[in-house]
Design a protein around this ligand. Structure first.
Ligand SMILES: Cc1cc2nc3c(=O)[nH]c(=O)nc-3n(C[C@H](O)[C@H](O)[C@H](O)COP(=O)(O)OP(=O)(O)OC[C@H]3O[C@@H](n4cnc5c(N)ncnc54)[C@H](O)[C@@H]3O)c2cc1C
Length: 355
């Protein structure tokens, strides 16, 4: 029997893959149910092959869950608010609560015969896979849900303004189908105590947000943090596999950790099942390029802050078509630059103590 600590995305992804090959799996979850780690909110899945269902199927996952797909966005820099069309629509999946992605995976695992022990206090050393989410704080997100949306329903907003989202982070707004909407502000670790204050500063000082929020009071707040670290090995004590953010797999540039969580869970299961290749070799090979991109962009964003998106979007005009999946340029020179910036980001972290 395989024991998994944490019934979030990475743990459920690993567990379902093991269950589908006939193994018995027990999940030990510290909360009273799945999807309790955060209040309901929508999170974006970027850079996936095909549509989201196809992507999940490629990881042997077939959950039901709520999602929204946006084909328009407002890109807001410090100086401009630019409405654009998206070359490829971006899916946002519900996280937290009963209709969330993790809850859909939970139901799939139950159908496959998984056992769940809630309110568990099992420890890492007692299990085979650790999938307990973040262990460190490198970035903080603070958000609120409002009602009475006064904005386009099929359009999300994405803002780079370092006065609100230091250092080189961003703020976003996502409309819900029921007329509610969420606004979330992300900041890096040195500013974690100011995330809430900067969120309200944004709503007060940026006209576009002020007008959307109007007289609405927040229905509830939510948030969380993310931790990033590339480990030498994600296998501890020679046998315990760490997946998702518990291993340190998170996107240091945008906080998009879902893909890392789902894929590392899938890889850990494959390694446990087939023993052909070590889990460490598999995740290093699979995530290598993306880590380079994430860390090099983080280096550039920390250095240039919101001037980089200001420059990047300088030629984008109202209603232009933008491809968020191809937002980072490609080519040999870019790869070389990425390599250099990737190394520099680690040097910078050594001196400043944070990414
Ligand atoms: C506000 C916010 C917005 C985000 N937006 C995006 C986005 O747009 N796109 C994106 O890709 N990512 C986003 N992320 C990041 C993404 O949510 C995480 O990277 C992802 O959920 C990590 O998955 P995981 O399986 O590692 O951990 P989780 O999904 O957090 O699951 C961990 C599970 O383990 C349980 N647990 C914790 N400790 C223990 C313990 N000791 N014993 C037993 N169980 C335990 C928890 O209760 C939870 O169920 C966002 C995060 C936040 C906070």
């Amino acid at each position: 029997m395989v024991k998994i600590l944490g019934a979030g995305l990475s743990g459920l992804s690993a567990g379902i893959n093991l269950l589908k090959k006939g193994l018995l799996v027990t999940f030990y979850e510290k909360r009273k149910d799945v999807g309790e780690q955060i209040l309901p909110n929508y999170q974006g899945l970027l850079n996936i092959e095909g549509d989201i269902k196809k992507y999940l199927n490629s990881l042997n996952l077939n959950p039901d869950f709520d999602m929204q797909v946006f084909s328009k966005a407002y890109i807001c820099t410090r100086k401009r608010d630019i409405p654009v069309k998206l070359a490829e629509s971006i899916p946002f999946v519900l996280r937290g609560g009963k209709n969330s992605l993790e809850y859909g995976l939970y139901k799939e695992a139950l159908q496959l015969g998984a056992k769940f022990e809630f309110n568990s206090n099992k420890k890492d050393k007692d299990v085979d896979i650790v999938a307990t989410g973040h262990t460190r704080c490198d970035m903080v997100a603070f958000g609120a849900v409002y009602e009475n949306l006064n904005f386009e329903r099929d359009c999300f907003l994405y803002m780079h303004d370092d006065r609100l989202s230091p250092i080189g982070w961003y703020l976003y707004l996502i409309p819900y189908t029921d007329g509610k909407f969420e606004i979330v502000n992300c900041v890096s670790q040195p500013y974690c105590n100011q995330a809430k204050k900067l969120f309200f500063k944004g709503i007060k000082e940026r006209k576009i947000l002020r007008e959307i929020v109007g007289q609405n009071k927040p229905l509830h707040y939510f948030g969380g943090f993310g931790g990033v670290d590339i480990p030498n090995s994600a296998i501890k004590a020679n046998k315990i596999y760490y997946v998702g953010e518990a291993a340190g797999f998170q996107d240091i540039c945008r906080g998009f950790g879902m893909k890392y969580a789902l894929e590392s869970g899938h890889l850990a299961a494959r390694s446990l099942l087939f023993h052909k290749e070590s889990y460490d070799n598999m995740w290093k090979e699979k995530f290598k390029r993306q880590f380079k991109k994430d860390f090099s962009i983080r280096f550039a964003m920390t250095l240039l802050k919101d001037k980089l998106p200001e420059w990047y979007f300088r030629n984008v005009k109202d209603n232009d078509i933008v491809d968020f999946n191809k937002i980072t340029p490609k080519g040999v020179i870019i790869e070389l630059l990425e390599e250099i910036c990737y190394e520099l980001e680690f040097v910078r972290k050594k001196f400043t103590g944070h990414w």
